[in-house]
Design a protein around this ligand. Structure first.
Ligand code: PMP
Length: 436
């Protein structure tokens, strides 16, 4: 058992971090506020494992929240970054690797004929929104309750009561004039879609939706829901923007849109395409992308966008995935992981402590308190978070790290072995029992 209380080095480092950074972190969920306790400081990662500054090693299902599809410090990625770094980290001028990664993305993506690189998923989505507004000459956007599209002002809008709600921000500091242009609907509700489009369709520039909603649990939508959404957007001249920051180059070579044959108008990418470095991108038809500056009037720029390091990491990652049939392998690992967890969850449910699993290949989520995986935010049972907090710490003690929030998904990576999954399943087994 790992002593997760006596992590004295991390504790000292966290105190130090708190003196100079809000919550001691660069991104809020890292501060463990919803599970209690204090975060570990990671000293290094290798393959499927991370080692803390305290010297504890964990099997890692966070994988930097998705980018590390090959695992930590994959030799091909490290070599590509090192080779690029030795020749200069950023030029603020075109470089070959940029074109190469753009070519790879445009070849794999069914949506992008052209892409623009940015430095995060957040930048990709708010830039795509600007483009959608310009292309449609409309201001309103629609998103779904439980979907996350980064922290741009227009996306930090929460659902209220009623069918479509405009305008209540989920963060202070967002002007109501901005949040008032964003509508929020529940997922998994085709009637709500129809009612919205009947009333607001022709004033709506874009609908943003995650390929598989994976930021508030894991909430795959039915193919009928997708077909309805696509029809309604087409009828009203609204652009369908599929946010593939998580699903892109993960659930299939061409992401969710390719796998499902979904014809999106714009797509946003991040995470996997940067291979662990800060890279995002948005793409669409050559015509739509022709509206981006300098070809068109939609201004969007970036000092470090398309830098050779990020491009090299992305190219190396996609290269390994293609060489090793990474997507096939991850699907097999996912099936194997599901096989191990299913009896454990059945046992918990039979014992009156239900846990459901939602999973798609290398993405999985345990929903505490539910015996069936939900499809919308409001269908997630209240109260599951408390048990999750206990489960999280019980897993840590047993050497397994998952995201410190009941609503975050876990990621499998290509360096995991069947033996790792055995070890993980044993830890999940014991942690489920201990957290009842
Ligand atoms: N879109 C989705 C679907 C995401 O999951 C995320 C991040 N988790 C973002 C956008 C924002 O990406 P970033 O954190 O790189 O800004």
């Amino acid at each position: 058992m790992i002593n997760t209380q006596g992590n004295s080095v991390s504790r000292h480092l966290y105190e130090r971090a708190n003196r100079v950074m809000p919550g001691g972190v660069s991104s809020p969920v890292r501060a463990y506020r919803s599970v209690g306790g204090e975060p570990f400081f990671i000293a290094h990662g290798e393959g499927a494992h991370v080692t803390t500054e305290d010297g504890a090693t964990f099997l890692d299902f966070v994988c930097s929240w998705g980018p590390l599809i090959l695992g930590h410090a994959h030799p091909s990625v490290v070599a590509a970054i090192s080779e690029a770094a030795a020749h200069g980290t950023s030029f603020g001028a075109p470089c070959l690797r940029e074109t190469e990664l753009a070519e790879a993305i445009c070849e794999l993506s069914p949506v992008a004929e052209k892409v623009r690189f940015v430095n995060s998923g957040t930048e990709a989505t708010f830039s795509a929104l600007r483009l959608a507004r310009a292309a449609t000459q409309r201001d309103v956007m629609l998103k779904f309750d439980g979907c996350y599209h980064g922290h741009g002002d227009s996306f930090l809008v929460k659902a209220g009561s009623g069918l479509a709600t405009f305008g209540e921000s989920s963060s202070v500091g967002v002007p109501s004039d901005v949040s008032g242009l964003t509508a929020v609907l529940p997922l998994d509700d085709e009637d709500a879609l129809r009612a919205y489009f009947q009333q607001h369709g022709t004033m709506t520039a874009a609908v943003f939706v995650e390929g598989i909603p994976a930021n508030c649990g894991f909430l795959p939508q039915s193919s009928s829901w997708w077909a309805t959404l696509r029809n309604l957007t087409q009828e009203s001249g609204t652009l369908l923007v599929v946010d593939e920051v998580i699903t892109g180059f993960r659930v299939a070579a061409g992401g969710f849109c390719e796998r499902e044959g979904l014809e999106a108008d714009l797509v946003t990418y991040g995470k996997v395409i940067g291979g662990g470095l800060p890279v995002g991108a948005y793409g669409g038809s050559a015509e739509l992308m022709g509206m981006i500056s300098p070809d068109g009037g939609v201004y969007q720029a970036g000092t470090l966008s398309g830098n050779p390091l990020g491009m090299a990491a992305g190219l190396a990652t996609l290269g390994v995935m293609q060489e090793q049939d990474g997507w096939g392998q991850l699907d097999r690992l996912g099936a194997s992981w599901r096989e191990r967890l299913t009896p454990l969850l059945q046992r918990e449910t039979a014992a009156g402590h239900p846990v459901a699993m939602a999973q798609d290949g290398s993405i999985f989520w345990l929903c505490f308190g539910a015996s069936e995986a939900p499809r919308s935010f409001s269908a997630i049972p209240d109260g599951g978070a408390e048990r999750f907090g206990r489960f999280f710490h019980e897993l840590l003690k047993r050497g397994v790290m998952i995201a410190p929030s009941a609503y975050e998904v876990g990621f499998l990576n290509l360096s995991l072995t069947e033996a790792d999954l055995d070890v993980a399943a044993e830890a999940f087994d014991a942690a489920l029992e201990a957290s009842r």
